[in-house]
Design a protein around this ligand. Structure first.
Ligand SMILES: NC(=O)c1ccc[n+]([C@@H]2O[C@H](COP(=O)([O-])OP(=O)(O)OC[C@H]3O[C@@H](n4cnc5c(N)ncnc54)[C@H](OP(=O)(O)O)[C@@H]3O)[C@@H](O)[C@H]2O)c1
Length: 218
């Protein structure tokens, strides 16, 4: 099962929808279990009619942490430390996918926030020493993800120190229509990918678009 901590936000719901489409079992977590249930219902309503029945459930973040084999962290950066400290015992031994982009808006412009550990993904690794943390999906627009059959025409850079965990997440990324997974190397490289999110948000404002990235020459 693929589960989401913070599965009521657009990024968690968007990724959940794309993985439900390929038949994965999904659990959407929230601080309020009823919001998790409602979020699951919203995602089910977006599933195209001709796709196979799949299971999309929702509830608490704690249940999401317990039930997922692959667990996405999809909370705002300011909430990451407290959230992971609470859930750490349930996340041991699991593949953790960190999509968190630490940023703030200053005078309407997105700015990447400095992180003492280097990146949100490395901070998650430090908070979850017995989990296999991978950083990925930072540069995908939730708005595009939530349009179920839209091809995204972009790359997802996947960074991590555990080769097996990274391979699983790269395979998952490539299940999204139009996405190529790019091996971004070690988890330390996640900082560059996370920072790009702020640039993309600012480009989106200028072009009134949902931009993403393509790596060329590989
Ligand atoms: N949106 C995008 O297009 C996009 C793209 C790439 C990466 N990301 C990253 O993905 C993550 C999620 O993005 P999002 O736009 O879905 O975020 P969001 O809507 O701001 O937050 C997601 C969920 O996090 C939970 N949350 C909020 N404050 C919290 C707190 N103080 N403690 C614990 N949980 C809290 C909320 O769930 P409950 O209230 O139900 O608990 C909320 O629905 C972010 O880190 C963002 O940087 C987003």
């Amino acid at each position: 099962m693929i589960s989401f901590i913070g599965g009521t936000g657009p990024e968690g719901r968007g990724l959940a929808l794309r993985f439900a489409i390929i038949g994965e079992q999904i659990f959407l977590g929230s601080r309020d279990p009823q919001r998790g249930v409602d979020s699951a219902s919203d995602v089910r309503a977006l599933l195209p009619k001709n796709y196979p029945d799949t299971s999309v459930m929702g509830g608490s973040n704690e249940d999401a942490a317990k039930m997922g084999d692959i667990v996405f962290i999809a909370v705002p950066y300011f909430a990451q430390e407290q959230t992971l400290n609470q859930l750490e015992p349930h996340l041991r031994g699991k593949v953790i996918v960190n999509v968190v982009a630490p940023l703030a808006f200053v005078k309407g412009s997105a700015q990447a926030l400095p992180v003492a550990a280097g990146s949100a993904a490395e901070e998650a690794r430090d908070l979850l020493p017995e989990s296999h943390v991978v950083g990925a999906f930072h540069n995908l627009s939730a708005i595009d993800l939530l349009i179920p059959l839209r091809g995204l025409d972009c790359d997802v850079v996947v960074c991590g120190d555990d080769p097996d965990a990274k391979a699983k997440v790269m395979q998952l990324a490539e299940s999204i229509k139009g996405v190529r997974a790019v091996n971004g190397g070690a988890l330390v490289n996640s900082r560059y990918v996370e920072h790009l999110t702020s640039l993309l948000i600012n480009i989106n404002r200028i072009y009134k678009a949902h931009s993403s990235i393509r790596i060329t020459g590989i």
